[in-house]
Design a protein around this ligand. Structure first.
Ligand SMILES: [Zn+2]
Length: 77
């Protein structure tokens, strides 16, 4: 997953605010998270790096804002 996906979801109005159910207007502080260090005890594919982003609803009368790494949950496909 990448910043392009966040950007596109917002541009396409598919990033939905959980409070007012309207499209989220913007995001900021996109950050790629470093994957967990493989400890040698398991398979090395178990901990893919994610990304964290601050979503701001921005619609009238809604103050919803969240910093999350589970932003994909807000994308309605
Ligand atoms: Zn909202």
């Amino acid at each position: 997953m990448s910043q392009e996906r966040v950007k596109k979801a917002i541009a396409d109005k598919k990033m939905i605010c959980p409070e007012c159910k309207k499209p989220v207007q913007k995001y900021e502080k996109y950050q790629d998270l470093v994957g967990q260090v493989w400890d040698g005890a398991g398979d090395s594919f178990g901990s893919p790096a994610g990304s964290k982003v601050t979503l701001t609803c921005g619609n009238d009368g809604c103050e919803w804002k969240e910093r999350t790494e589970y932003w994909e949950n807000y994308i309605a496909d």
